[in-house]
Design a protein around this ligand. Structure first.
Ligand code: NAP
Length: 330
């Protein structure tokens, strides 16, 4: 099997968590890390046993020993960094949310097509065996026709206007940071883009949403009720209600367990702890797609990234939440 070589763009928080899975990768390895600061890149490479460290993102995308660039910078920079990599002929695995808005994402997809490279949003939830088991149970009719999804992802973040979670210039706000998970989950489970989108948000002192509640309606009549926030710790959980039962998925964004309730009886139908953080599933999938010469992932297709982005654009338009780099237009 051809080993696919990944290069990390941005040696920050998520890149460090991602590397915890690097030693378990099959058919993929990390060959280079780039930071805007060479000493930082070198320290990151030494800490994680990465053979090469470079002091600019330009040097990373020019590296001959990199096939796929993993874009691990804050969301307002995803477009710029993905374009840099794809114009240099590199495939791209781009952290969630794929971009700030649909317009940016369309630019990125056009660039991927023009350069004949693979592009995937790193929505890691999709690749966990627990998520795949839920999809399988739905397809097998375990709960009958899916009617409703409820999901929430909220945690208490220490207020700091300079932190990327709160800073508008760094794409702050609950919706883009964690709200994309329940939206993407509902899109995955219903297998379609929402037909209508509504929602309310509390906008905090920095001008970004600190809490929100979202309602989606899907073609065929399914609905979703979703919450995301930076204000309070909540159990991160999804529940899928069908005509004949319910599936409950604790920690749905990186699940280890799935429970099935039918006729008042609940049983655990999936219980599989994974190693480390669980990023290996998405990385190995992206490597498989690249090996097969695919332009997009069948499991995390471009259309789903666009559907999630369109829903988030519609919500932000209602809330009047525009980021500084959007020039007044989401
Ligand atoms: N999948 C998940 O579970 C998960 C979890 C957390 C975050 N994320 C996503 O990953 C992305 C990065 O999040 P993070 O928490 O890792 O962010 P972070 O630590 O604040 O920043 C990541 C890196 O981006 C680079 N960067 C380049 N230009 C920058 C600028 N102008 N300001 C700040 N940083 C800049 C820096 O790397 P250098 O200094 O090395 O150049 C920085 O260390 C976000 O889009 C987020 O949504 C995903």
């Amino acid at each position: 099997m051809q080993t696919i070589r990944f290069g990390i763009l941005g040696a920050g928080a998520i890149a460090g968590r991602w590397m915890k899975d690097a030693h378990t990768l099959r058919g993929a390895r990390v060959t280079c890390v780039a930071s805007r600061n060479e000493a930082k890149a070198r320290a990151f490479a030494d800490a994680w046993g990465i053979p090469k460290a470079v002091g600019s993102y330009e040097d990373l995308v020019a590296s001959l020993d990199v096939d796929v660039v993993y874009v691990a910078t804050p969301h307002p920079l995803h477009r710029q960094h993905a374009l840099l990599a794809m114009r240099a002929g590199k495939h791209v695995l781009c952290e969630k949310p794929a971009a700030l808005n649909q317009r940016e994402l369309r630019d990125m997809l056009a660039c991927a097509q023009a350069n004949g490279v693979f592009f995937m949003e790193a929505m890691w939830t999709r690749f966990f065996p627990g998520t795949l088991r839920v999809k399988e149970l739905l397809a097998q009719g375990a709960i009958g026709r899916l009617c409703a999804v409820q999901a929430q992802f909220s945690f208490r973040a220490a207020y700091d206007p300079a932190n990327r979670l709160f800073a508008p210039g760094l794409g702050g706000g609950a919706l883009l940071d964690v709200g994309c998970y329940p939206i993407s989950y509902a899109v995955d489970m219903f297998g379609a883009a929402p037909a209508s989108v509504a929602g309310v948000a509390h906008i905090g002192p920095t001008g970004v949403d600190e809490q929100n509640a979202i309602s989606l309606r899907f073609p065929g009549g399914g609905v979703a009720s979703l919450v995301s926030g930076l204000a309070a710790d909540m159990p991160v959980v999804a529940a899928l209600y069908g005509e004949e039962g319910c599936l409950t998925v604790p920690d749905f964004y990186h699940p280890e367990r799935v429970l099935l309730t039918r006729a008042g009886h609940t049983e655990t139908v999936f219980d599989q702890p994974y190693e480390q953080e669980g990023f290996a599933f998405e990385v190995e999938h992206a490597a498989d797609c690249v090996r097969q010469g695919l332009a997009e992932s069948p499991r995390m297709p471009h259309s789903h990234s666009l559907a999630v982005m369109a829903a988030m654009d519609a919500l932000r338009a209602r809330w009047g939440l525009v980021y500084p780099t959007e020039d007044g237009h989401a």
